[in-house]
Design a protein around this ligand. Structure first.
Ligand code: PLP
Length: 447
């Protein structure tokens, strides 16, 4: 039994991320106790399939003994090494090299962070440095996309276009500009792929013209917009945006914090999109959630411009825990597991997940089913013809989340009636089928 005192201690002392503090105090915490494979058990003994891999991060699944062993070995041998003073650790150096070898094109330089928000934050710092180093300090404006999510740090949140991350904070955002999302299901340009691409290209071109090309530093895009509701652009969209950025002399940053490490199939979604960004951010699947870590990938020309600009001067950006050796040891083992079969399994499981979720399209509440690989969403509506969203009272995300939980499934229930799916890549066929069945059961109870 879950001890009441734990709930009380949580209520009194633990501040939760992205939560209504008062709402959480009323509802009380649910404590997760253990997990193995794709199954999570809470402190009351209730078991669920984790259809969201924690927070789209436990790509390798839970209870992978070889990861535990790699971390334990590193904790014993050298639990910490700074990268300052010209020092380093073997796992961090090896992981950087292994990642550079697999990253698209000339993304050969890896800067390790603690997660995705500070990876995005670091790119903003590096880009300012880069533009200064090449003698263009006026290039200090950034463009991202409506419904995009790029983290919750003071600066990185500026790129995030979800209202909840700005309301009530009042942080100045005058350096940050948005263009509309490619969101096909509700796109005013219709859902013709070429029209969507043309609209995004025109929107970026117009935005750059409006701001002045000599003022725009960079454009940020997720290969699939995750927290905005799993919004998948048409094939060719990333390439068209990347080409335009090159033409306009704007750095293109691919934020692969969710899409990286097998989530959409390959190690990096950019490879499938056939593009090489100037910079790329990753986190989550990098260590599969077993230890905190993110990584910024820099192309040769970005790295060299910064390095040459700095000369013998230190580039003043770094954290105590940059390139943490335990996280790096975890990252190396996770990479071995991905390539030892998890990516293959994820591709097969992803195809089964998509066709399973597509079979829900006949449900009266399902307006749209979309996704790629093991990243998917079902968008709920009350009227399929008019695409009328569920009225707020019918879809408080907590209520759908609760029903799914009771049915033995963890999914993400976004506030706008979108259900998000991102199961671990290790899921069996039976687990994928159970995710679909339990989702249908949850929808039936929501009617
Ligand atoms: N960028 C993207 C695309 C994300 O989805 C996230 C988190 O979900 C972040 C950045 C921030 O990562 P973190 O939560 O590890 O700080």
């Amino acid at each position: 039994m879950l001890s009441n005192s734990l709930i009380e201690l949580d209520r009194a002392h633990l501040v939760h991320p992205v939560a209504s503090y008062r709402g959480h105090e009323r509802a009380g915490v649910r404590v997760l106790k253990s997990a193995t494979g794709a199954t999570v058990t809470d402190a009351t003994g209730h078991q669920m399939i984790d259809g969201f891999a924690g927070l789209w991060c436990v790509n390798a699944g839970y209870g992978q003994e070889s990861i535990v062993e790699a971390a334990t070995r590193q904790l014993r041998e050298l639990p910490y090494a700074t990268g300052y003073f010209g020092l380093g650790s073997e796992p961090a150096i090896r992981l950087a090299a292994e990642l550079a070898e697999r990253a698209p094109g000339d993304l050969n330089h890896v800067y390790f962070t603690l997660g995705g928000s500070d990876a995005v934050d670091s790119t903003i710092r590096f880009i300012h440095y880069y533009q200064n180093a090449r003698g263009m300090p006026g290039k200090n404006q950034f463009i991202s996309i409506e419904q995009g999510y790029h983290g919750s740090s003071t600066v990185g949140a500026g790129l995030t276009a979800l209202p909840a991350f700005h309301a009530g904070f009042g942080v100045p955002l005058n350096w940050q500009h948005k263009i509309p999302s490619h969101y096909a299901y509700r796109n005013p340009a219709g859902n013709d792929p070429q029209a969507i691409i043309a609209a995004s290209v025109a929107a970026l071109r117009n935005k750059v013209e409006e701001l002045g090309q000599d003022r725009v530093a960079a454009f940020y895009a997720e290969p699939i917009q995750g927290s905005g509701g799993v919004l998948v652009p048409p094939p060719g969209w990333m390439k068209a945006m990347r080409d335009l950025c090159r033409e306009l002399d704007i750095l293109f940053v691919a934020d692969e914090v969710i899409t990286g490490f097998g989530r959409t199939g390959p190690l990096f979604a950019c490879s499938e999109d056939d593009i090489v960004p100037d910079l790329m951010t990753t986190a989550k699947g990098l260590t599969s959630g077993y230890a905190p870590m993110g990584a910024v990938f820099m192309s040769d020309h970005v790295y060299d411009t910064i390095a040459d600009g700095a000369g013998e001067t230190a580039v003043g950006h770094g954290y105590t825990y940059s390139a943490h050796p335990v996280s790096a040891a975890v990252g190396l083992e996770v990479l071995r597991l991905y390539e030892g079969g998890l990516l293959d399994n994820g591709r097969k499981a992803g195809a089964r997940l998509m066709s399973g979720l597509e079979s829900l399209a006949d449900h009266p509440l399902v307006g749209d089913v979309r996704g790629r690989g093991m990243l998917a969403a079902v968008e709920l509506v009350v009227d399929k013809q008019c695409k009328t969203p569920l009225p707020p009272a019918a879809h408080p995300s907590r209520r759908i989340f609760d029903r799914a939980w009771d049915n033995g499934l963890i999914i993400r229930a976004f506030g706008n009636g979108v259900l998000g799916f991102a199961p671990p890549l290790c899921c069996t066929e039976a687990e994928i089928d159970a995710i679909v069945e339990r989702t249908r059961m949850t929808l039936d109870q929501t009617l």
